[in-house]
Design a protein around this ligand. Sequence first.
Ligand code: NAD
Length: 492
Amino acid sequence: MKTANEREAELLASVPTGLLINGEWRNAASGKTLDVHDPATGTVLASIADASGEDAMAALDAACAAQASWARTAPRVRGEILRKAFELITERAEDFALLMTLEMGKPLAEARGEVAYGAEFLRWNSEEAVRDYGRFVTTPEGKNKILVAKKPVGPCLLITPWNFPLAMATRKVGPALAAGCTMVLKPAKLTPLTSQLFAAVMQEAGLPAGVLNVVAGSSASSISGPLLADPRLRKLSFTGSTSVGKQLMAAATENVLRTSMELGGNAPFLVFEDADLDAAVEGALAAKMRNMGEACTAANRFLVHESVATEFTAKLAARIGALTVGRGTEAGTDVGPLVEEKARANIHALVTAAVAEGATVLAGGNPVEGDGYFYQPTVLGNVANDAAILQQEIFGPVAPVTTFTDEDDAIQLANSTQYGLASYLYTKDFSRLLRVSEQLEFGMVGFNSGMISNAAAPFGGVKQSGLGREGGTEGIAEYTTTQYIGIADPYA
Ligand code: NAD
């Protein structure tokens, strides 16, 4: 029986440390390496190759060389490779979960949930690969014919964040492979190990060399810069902050790239006076505390009808105040560490400012002393509507509560943000759901549900939360282009 330390060491030793370029794991051209840390302890988990622009270009060369044959590979074959990868990840679910917990900090139970969610993008897209239909129609004039074909958009650059190390990669790689695209994947420097292991699984599943190339590195822009400047790249899919997304969109104009942007959020969580308050509190916990609040879909503002605000807030504070903070690897942990000290300091600054403006602390409110970047699960009441904590992504385990007077007020408050990703709505009134959803400027609405992510659903935002959708039948369309063939009257 191995000890936990031996198990961790064995897992870390199985993760490739090179850059994956044209089917080979290589050192960086510069010979440099990048350290990956455990945010619960600050210790170094592994050192991996640190890619530069030169490595990124070698990865693009490989992706371009593989593009034509991968596009011609039978959809069924592409689908079978994706399906095999789903099975391999499912078999190694415990390895993937532990690796994510080690490099990112989330509790193991949540990491297991992400493995299931992340792997599902491979299974879902294995099924989409063979059902990406075009169409054939007769023109309205009744003579000529119209043939509409789908084609892979071409070599892609996929850039992922650190908060969901597996799912953010599979959500892009799955549909890109299904559509027949080749790619360069650039994971976040804080959590590259999961992508390294995922790429190794894709190789084991039979993915040909050059189709998926992985270049992790300490300088993101020195990797993305030369790729975006190269006209052979045809698509950029980015998940991350709105500020970086805007810079990348600007750079993508040079070669008129197709772009998919999954950016930041500022999700309102609306609790109406007729809501089941206990269910709303449970939904709030899921929407707020999952991933330590480090999710683009995290409830960022609790907007509660004034008649039930006191009761809801007290129940929420009791539940959140009782959560167990600890290392993600420890049994019983509900809330792990934040990913780095900078993140924790930003969160504490938002809490401190809100309290200075009159908010009351009903639970938590401070960093946890000692090793790692832990923060107490926090509930703030009486938060002013113009407080900075309601305008910005908190990205931490802090729940600010404010009130509304009626439906119009709720909608107006919910929409008063430049973000438009997820929103949540608790009510028993189905007409209200339809009425309010229609007016909410958000790409997604959770109805009596604090968890909405699903591989079969179109995930994405409006306004400054992004462009395009991941998952559902919409996901693969981000990686295809349309070719129309006008056919002369076959009777002429
Ligand atoms: P980030 O924008 O700092 O980084 C995201 C990725 O972009 C990383 O791989 C990073 O290395 C890279 N990057 C950073 N600067 C770059 C540059 N100048 N050029 C090229 N690449 C660059 O975001 P993060 O801190 O890793 O992730 C948190 C953010 O991601 C939050 O805003 C969150 O809301 C958002 N997010 C959105 C979704 C979604 O689906 N909408 C999902 C998860 C996270």
